[in-house]
Design a protein around this ligand. Structure first.
Ligand code: PLP
Length: 395
C-alpha cells in the first residue's frame, strides 16, 4: 500500500481510550497538552486480520478457561524461522504476560539476592528496575559513544563481569534506545565473554522484527551454531511489531532442560494462571496474516526517521543515533542544551513528551528518545518545534 494510503487508513486518534501515551500525559508529565512521543507503542491500528479474529472470539460470548492451541505455537515458530532463521522447538517455548514480567521472573529465579547483574547503558529502564527491585546488585557498563554511534567496549564489559562476579547479563538486541542492531561478531564476542565467566544471558529481542536498511537481526541463541543457547533465556513478542502491547502475550524460549525446570517450578508458584485467549488470538492472527501491514508500517517508521535526520541537518551539533533497529530515535542535544535544562527545553518550550536520557542510565542526561511509530505530521510538528526553539537560543 502507498504510504499515504496506509496512514490514512490506519493512523487514528487515541485520546479517550485509556492510552498511556496520550491520556496519561497529565499524570506522567504534569501537562495534558504535549505532543506525545514517549512510550513505545504506535498510533497505527493493528492489521485488519487481528481485529477480525478478536471480533470473532468476542462474538462467541464464552470466555471460559482456555489453553494455548498448537496452531499458536506453529505461527510463532513459522514467523521466527522465516524472519530470523531460528528454529524453535515447541517444548522450549513459554508464554508470559509481557517481557518485563519475564525479566523480573528470570532475575528472581536464576540469581540469588545480592548477586550482580550487568546491563549495557543507556538501556530500557525496566532492566535497571528489575535488578534493583529484586535486591540484586546493578552493574552498569556505559557503552562507548561517538557522535550518535554506540558500541560496547568488550574489555570494559568483561572487566565489569570479572570484578563483580556477575551472574546474569540482561541484553537488549536490537538495542533500545541506542538503535543498534548488534552485528553477529559483536554478539559472538559478548556471548563468548558471558560463556567464559558462566554468566546467564537474558536476551530481550522484543524489537527483532523492527530492523531497517541493510541490517539483519541475529537471534542470540543462533550465534556460533547455538553454542551459547544453553545458558540463555530469549524473549520476543508481537507486541512491538503489531502494536499489541496490551494483549500481554510474549514468547520466552529456553533451550536448556534444567533451566526450563527452574522456570516451570517458579512460575507454578508465582504465576499459576491459564492463558488470556484474546492475546493468543491476536498474536496468532497477526503472525499469520499481518505481513503486508508489517512491511507497510516499517516504511512509515523509516520515513519518519529520515525526516528527523533531514530536518536536523540544519543543526549539525545535534547528533542522532542511526536507527538500525527499533522505532525509537535517540537524539543528543548536549551541544546546544545543558543536560539539566533538557526537560525545560523539550517539554516547556518544544511542548513534547519524550523519554529522557537519564531514564536509561545516569550518565545520559541531555539525550531524548523519540518514537517514530506515529503519524509523520506529528514528527514534522516536533521537528518544527525543536528547530524553532534551537534557533531562539542563539538570539
Ligand atoms: C527492550 C524492551 N523490552 C521490553 C519492553 C516491554 O515489554 P512488555 O510490554 O512485553 O513487558 C520494551 C518496551 O518498550 C522494550 O523496549
Amino acid at each position: 500500500m502507498e504510504m499515504n494510503q496506509f496512514i490514512e487508513k490506519y493512523c487514528i486518534n487515541r485520546f479517550g481510550t485509556n492510552s498511556l501515551k496520550w491520556d496519561a500525559l497529565q499524570q506522567r508529565f504534569g501537562d495534558p497538552e504535549l505532543i506525545s512521543m514517549w512510550v513505545a507503542d504506535m498510533e497505527f491500528r493493528t492489521p485488519e486480520c487481528v481485529v477480525e479474529a478478536l471480533k470473532n472470539r468476542v462474538e462467541h460470548g464464552i470466555y471460559g478457561y482456555s489453553y494455548i492451541p498448537d496452531s499458536y505455537y506453529e505461527a510463532v515458530q513459522d514467523w521466527e524461522y522465516k524472519h530470523h532463521g531460528y528454529k524453535v522447538e515447541k517444548e522450549w517455548m513459554r508464554v508470559t504476560p509481557g517481557i518485563v514480567s519475564a525479566i523480573y521472573w528470570s532475575v528472581n529465579m536464576y540469581t540469588e539476592r545480592d548477586d550482580a547483574i550487568v546491563i549495557a547503558t543507556p538501556v530500557y529502564y525496566p532492566f535497571h528496575n528489575a535488578v534493583k527491585d529484586s535486591g540484586r546488585k546493578l552493574i552498569t557498563v556505559d557503552m562507548d559513544y561517538d557522535k550518535g554511534v554506540f558500541t560496547l567496549d568488550f574489555d570494559k564489559f568483561e572487566k565489569a563481569i570479572v570484578d563483580n562476579n556477575v551472574k546474569m547479563y540482561i541484553m537488549c538486541s536490537p538495542h533500545n534506545p541506542a538503535g543498534r542492531v548488534w552485528k553477529k561478531e559483536e554478539l559472538e564476542t559478548m556471548l563468548e565473554i558471558c560463556h567464559r565467566h558462566n554468566v546467564i544471558v537474558f536476551s530481550d529481542e522484543i524489537h527483532q522484527d523492527l530492523v531497517f536498511g541493510e541490517t539483519k537481526h541475529t537471534p542470540s541463541a543462533t550465534v556460533a551454531g547455538g553454542k551459547y543457547a544453553k545458558k540463555m533465556i530469549t524473549a520476543f513478542a508481537s507486541s512491538k511489531t503489531f502494536n499489541l502491547a496490551t494483549c500481554l502475550t510474549s514468547t520466552i524460549v529456553i533451550e536448556d532442560e534444567e533451566m526450563r525446570k527452574t522456570w516451570d517450578t517458579f512460575t507454578n508458584i508465582y504465576h499459576n494462571v491459564e492463558v488470556n485467549i484474546f492475546g493468543i488470538t491476536a498474536v496468532e492472527a497477526a503472525l499469520r496474516g499481518g505481513e503486508e501491514w508489517y512491511n507497510d508500517v516499517k516504511k512509515v517508521m523509516y520515513h519518519n526517521y529520515q525526516m528527523v535526520v533531514e530536518e536536523m541537518k540544519e543543526f549539525p551539533g545535534i547528533n542522532i543515533a542511526p536507527m538500525e533497529g527499533t522505532y525509537l530515535v535517540l537524539m543528543d542535544l548536549r551541544n546546544y542544551i545543558k543536560p539539566e535544562d533538557a526537560k525545560e527545553f523539550i517539554q516547556g518550550k518544544c511542548r513534547l513528551a519524550v523519554d529522557y536520557g537519564e531514564w536509561f542510565g545516569e550518565n545520559w542526561a541531555g539525550f531524548i528518545r523519540l518514537n517514530m511509530a506515529t503519524d509523520p505530521a506529528i514528527v514534522k510538528q516536533a521537528m518544527v518545534n525543536i528547530k524553532e526553539n534551537l534557533k531562539a537560543l542563539s538570539k
